[in-house]
Design a protein around this ligand. Structure first.
Ligand code: PHE
Length: 356
């Protein structure tokens, strides 16, 4: 072959019209592979005279460098093209509406929903959020709450002990130890609430070993039982979204409050359904009282014994069952998806705060 122009021309056309890396590779093999066209030509060179050798060698070398430069350029173009096609394929249309089914599937557990409602109501009523550990020590769970060792009230609590009994660690039997923690760590006056998990070694239709309470504590000059009564009445009317609810304060006993009361709300049971704020039956919902001087003595010291404060504690499951008509406590913790789909709350269901 004397003139390579033709060959170069057709190689360039082939490179230009190939649209994949594999095709380019095939073209390379066609010209520069072991038995490729150019490789064959190079083999023939040795048989030529010096002048021709030089001339053809130069031409073939130019061919080679032009060829590979163009192959590289084409490769870059092909890659760019591939990337832009991939981007086009993977682009997301953010203007599409969301698939509603994924929101329907997921539900908020009634305990979470009820806790959130309580948090927003108590927060709006001027109390601030506190929390304490689930694993408590004997001092915070009992002693500082005026329940000394061997006090019969310790038996009432069916305590879970953690580790060795002499270590004095327990799973908190109520949220009241948060009263002690805040009294000892914060300065007066105090207006706090503390929701959380509590534990008692008890399991039947109305008890689960783990349950939830919310504690309330207001400590300030001149606070009386009348303030406590007003506060709880207001809370219940807002929480149950019902102004007809009546509260009954029944004298009771807690070691850490004096006087103490258990609070009932009025209701009527009709064909298995509970109607709150009607009728003359009563349903217990919480315990409360004026903070016992011994509690102040143990948390703040002797000189603060005459401080005034009220405290209350409510069971969150009980409040949820009454508000949302859930008949069986045990369902709360059985992780039955059918129950959760029925009683759970959707994500965008917000707490009604229109009363504010
Ligand atoms: N801690 C008490 C209980 O678990 C409830 C309570 C709290 C009572 C605060 C009075 C004051 O039963």
């Amino acid at each position: 072959m004397e003139n390579y122009d033709q060959l170069i021309q057709s190689a360039m056309v082939e490179i230009d019209s190939s649209n994949s890396i594999e095709l380019l590779e095939n073209i390379r093999i066609k010209y520069f592979g072991k038995n490729g066209i150019v490789s064959q030509e190079l083999k023939k060179i040795s048989k030529l005279n010096d002048e021709k050798k030089r001339k053809i060698g130069k031409e073939l070398n130019e061919f080679k460098s032009t060829f590979f430069k163009n192959v590289e350029l084409k490769k870059v173009r092909i890659r760019k093209q591939e990337i832009s096609e991939q981007l086009k394929k993977e682009s997301i249309d953010i203007s599409l509406p969301p698939r509603s089914s994924s929101f329907i599937e997921a539900k908020i557990h009634p305990i979470t929903q009820t806790t959130n409602e309580i948090v927003s109501i108590l927060g709006s009523m001027g109390l601030s959020y506190e929390e304490g550990p689930d694993v408590e020590d004997d001092f915070h769970n009992f002693t500082a709450l005026n329940i000394p060792k061997n006090h019969p009230a310790r038996q009432m609590h069916d305590t879970f002990y953690v580790g060795e009994k002499n270590e004095g660690l327990v799973l908190r039997t109520h949220t009241s130890p948060v009263q002690i923690r805040t009294l000892m760590n914060k300065t007066l006056p105090l207006r706090i609430f503390a929701p959380g998990r509590t534990y008692r070694c008890d399991s039947d239709i109305t008890h689960t070993p783990m349950f939830h309470q919310v504690e309330g504590l207001v400590v300030e000059e001149g606070v009386t039982f009348a303030n406590l009564k007003w506060f709880l009445e207001k809370f219940c009317k807002i929480f149950f979204n019902n102004d007809d609810i009546n509260l009954r304060f029944r004298p009771s006993y807690f070691p850490f409050t004096e006087p103490s009361a258990e609070v009932d709300i009025n209701c009527k049971v009709e064909s298995g359904k509970i109607h709150l704020g009607e009728g003359d039956s009563w349903m217990e919902i919480l315990g409360c009282g004026m903070v016992h001087p011994n509690v102040f003595k143990m948390s703040l010291g002797e000189k603060n014994m005459n401080t005034n404060g009220f405290a209350f504690g409510m069971g969150i499951e009980r409040l949820a069952m009454l508000k949302y008509g859930m008949p069986d406590l045990r369902n709360f913790f059985e992780s039955d998806l059918r129950w959760l789909r029925h009683y759970g709350f959707s994500f965008f269901e917000t707490t009604d705060l229109s009363w504010r």
